[in-house]
Design a protein around this ligand. Structure first.
Ligand code: PMP
Length: 368
């Protein structure tokens, strides 16, 4: 037996654990990580090259530690699309929303503190909690994957967590939360502790409904987390951001590493934000492909959870692992999120979605 992790003096809570890892397999159709399937348009690629060349000339210096220009542009984007005015003071950016969430847990969680999420939900919330020494509480979700306000509120009252995660639209189930639910759970969290409520809106641009940004008014313990990985089609850029009361932005600066956002990242993100309209033009197409996936999967005889995201949860399979493998054997990679009976597929190009639907059709025929 070779020397392994558990032979090292690692922290107890890391023993026997596996790292987060959606398989990165080289197959014809990859629909497993909710990426945007369209490459960046050529004029944007050119603009990125230009801005990065400019930034390269200054790489002997540390980047703008506070990323003020970038936060200003992100604030403009939010103000334009979120029906609520925010400024750079309300916005903070980091390397993906994963890092935003990590900074929030380092600030508001940590040893002796706890965070709750309503599972199944985005598994990194629990993993980042673990990495920051925050005790994780798995809150309840109904059998149809909706959130029962009374049950969720009761879990908050009982556990009095320091941080509450509300993911809308939720990953991997795809459904969004009604605004009344978020309001009720914010109130429950304030009555219980008070705690910070993080609304993870990674997929909000694909939703039938609006962003919850206007709820920030008068609610300093609310944070809305966003990303350029999905709707902007820039997962490789690693740029996530949050909107909140300026005090929250000041607080996360207590834990962020100095110069965490490289000059190259800031330049690339700024170039991308100059092309917001071009980038977001695929959102409508992906939404209609998402709706087509829902309709066609149901026609094939699958159960499907209503989706407000760029992916669809479908089932149910007696053997989820086997179904995943059989779809992969037909050249299509989807995601097994560990929800028994269910798999998740990201909306791809029309051709990719056709290939996926053909694979499921064949699988279903085999099973009937
Ligand atoms: N939140 C949710 C709900 C997600 O599904 C993801 C990515 N799958 C993220 C946050 C993190 O995205 P990123 O770090 O790329 O911004």
């Amino acid at each position: 037996m070779s020397f392994g992790i558990d032979d090292l003096p690692v922290r107890d809570e890391l023993r026997g654990k596996s790292p987060y890892g959606a398989p990165q397999l080289d197959v014809p159709v990859r629909l497993n990580t909710n990426e945007n399937p369209y490459p960046l348009p050529e004029p944007l690629v050119e603009r990125i090259a230009e801005r990065v060349r400019e930034a390269a000339r200054g790489l002997n210096r540390y980047p703008d530690r506070d990323a003020v220009e970038l936060r200003t542009k992100l604030a403009e984007y939010l103000t334009k699309t979120g029906k609520y005015p925010v400024t750079a003071e309300n916005v903070w950016a980091a390397n993906g929303s994963n890092e935003v969430i990590q900074q929030l847990l380092q600030t508001f969680g940590g040893p002796g503190r706890s965070a709750i999420g309503f599972e199944p939900s985005y598994s990194m919330h629990a993993l980042i909690a673990r990495g920051t020494g925050t005790r994780w509480i798995s809150g309840p979700r109904s059998a149809d994957f909706t959130l029962d306000v009374a049950a969720a509120g009761q879990a908050i009252a009982e556990h009095r967590p320091d941080v509450v995660f509300l993911t809308t639209p939720n990953n991997p189930t795809g459904n969004a939360l009604p605004v009344e639910t978020v309001l009720a759970l914010y109130e429950a969290a304030q009555a219980a502790k008070p705690s910070m409520v993080i609304v993870d809106e990674a997929y909000i641009e694909f939703s039938h409904g609006d962003s919850l940004l206007p709820l920030l008014e008068g609610r300093p313990n609310l944070v809305v987390s966003r990303t350029m990985s999905k709707a902007f089609g820039a997962a490789g850029l690693r740029l996530g951001y949050l909107a909140a009361h300026p005090a929250v932005v000041a607080a996360v600066q207590l834990v962020r590493l100095p110069y965490h956002l490289s000059a190259v990242t800031q330049a690339t993100a700024l170039a991308a934000l100059e092309h917001t309209d071009t980038l977001l033009k695929y959102v409508e197409q992906l939404k209609s492909e998402r709706d087509r996936l829902v309709t066609e999967l149901r026609a094939i005889g699958c159960e499907v959870t209503a989706s407000d995201a760029n992916f669809v949860q479908f089932g149910r399979f007696a053997d989820t692992q086997e179904a995943w493998r059989k779809i992969l054997d037909r050249g299509v990679l989807v995601r097994d999120n560990g929800v028994p009976g269910w798999l998740r597929v990201s909306a791809g190009t029309p051709e990719e979605n056709d290939a996926f639907l053909d694979a499921v059709r064949e699988l279903k025929k085999e099973q009937d």
